[in-house]
Design a protein around this ligand. Structure first.
Ligand SMILES: Nc1ncnc2c1ncn2[C@@H]1O[C@H](COP(=O)(O)OP(=O)(O)OP(=O)(O)O)[C@@H](O)[C@H]1O
Ligand SMILES: [Mg+2]
Length: 286
């Protein structure tokens, strides 16, 4: 049996913003879960030392699992392949009662040691190529790869942009946050200019507003942030993710929204985002 595939295989998408707490990990995990549910074989790469994507997908201590490699091992030891750090994504905590594997969703385990990644990469040759090189042998195994970046624009993130087809900038709505996007745009251009000969071609493919207040009582930025973003970025602005207490709650339960609050607003928002990005439910072909 074959399955209808994504148009370009794989689509490699980086979730970025140099600002911390802008919804990158939440979006990587919940978009990933939605795409997996659509039937795309999806890999989430946890490139942030805070390991939030790993936690949300069941692995509270991703760098303390006996005999299990993680992304930092891959970065620092050339004998460790990315495949060695890939595990099935979980719904619920690893080892927890009722925890189960999420079909089609996989994770490159993160590591707290990624806080040393910049230092390590500074001394490495072809340092900007680190993730592109690691992904090369396995990328054909996936339909979609989503990279959860740390909240900066350092070498780890440059490596992620260089490995990507698409960059999504995640932001909480506001003038200051929108102004910060120009730095991401500049970085994408620099990576493309300097590494074109190595295949760098990522584009800013989406501006994703998260934690958007749903009524005035939640703050004056109601709708204003979205209007400002649309005026500046037009069609690049993806459907926003509404503010929802289910998001921090689902993280605390280590469950993707789809499995924690299936009928919820934020769950519906990630579905709308997936569709706007051109993904659709895949049908099995006999
Ligand atoms: N739509 C939302 N509604 C309510 N809370 C949200 C929403 N989106 C994100 N959050 C909360 O905002 C915080 C930051 O989100 P998240 O961890 O996804 O951001 P991040 O960009 O990955 O941060 P960091 O740069 O620290 O890695 C989290 O506590 C998350 O639960
Ligand atoms: Mg994060």
């Amino acid at each position: 049996m074959t399955v209808v595939q994504a148009e370009r295989i794989p689509r490699i998408i980086s979730m970025t913003n140099q600002v911390g707490g802008s919804g990158k990990s939440t979006s990587a995990v919940n978009l990933g879960a939605q795409l997996a549910e659509f039937g795309y074989k999806t890999l989430v790469v946890d490139a942030d030392d805070q390991c939030d994507a790993s936690v949300a997908l069941g692995y509270m201590f991703p760098d303390q699992i006996e005999g299990q490699k993680n992304i930092y091992d891959c970065l620092t030891d050339k004998n460790v392949k990315l495949a060695d750090a890939i595990v099935p994504a979980l719904c619920g905590p690893l080892g927890g009662k009722g925890t189960r594997v999420i079909d089609n969703l996989f994770l490159v385990l993160g590591s707290g040691e990624m806080e040393n990644a910049e230092q390590h990469l500074t001394l490495a040759t072809n340092r900007e190529m680190w993730l592109r090189k690691l992904l090369k042998p396995i990328k054909g195994d996936y339909d979609v790869i989503i990279i959860d970046c740390p909240g900066n624009l350092g070498l780890v993130v440059i490596g992620a942009i260089l490995a990507s087809d698409e960059v999504i900038a995640c932001i909480k709505p506001g003038l200051k946050e929108l102004r910060g996007l120009t730095r991401i745009e500049q970085k994408i251009e620099i990576v493309k200019d300097e590494y074109e000969e190595f295949g760098a071609h990522a584009e800013l493919a989406g501006v994703l507003l998260v934690d958007v207040p749903t009524h005035r009582s939640q703050g004056a930025v109601w709708d204003d942030g979205k209007n400002l973003a649309v005026n500046t970025y037009g069609d690049l602005v993806l459907p926003p993710v509404r503010r929802s207490t289910k998001i921090p709650e689902s993280y605390a339960h280590q469950k993707a929204l789809l499995y924690f609050d299936r009928a919820g607003d934020a769950t519906a928002d990630y579905l709308a985002i997936a569709k706007r990005m051109g993904f659709k439910r895949l049908s099995a072909r006999g």
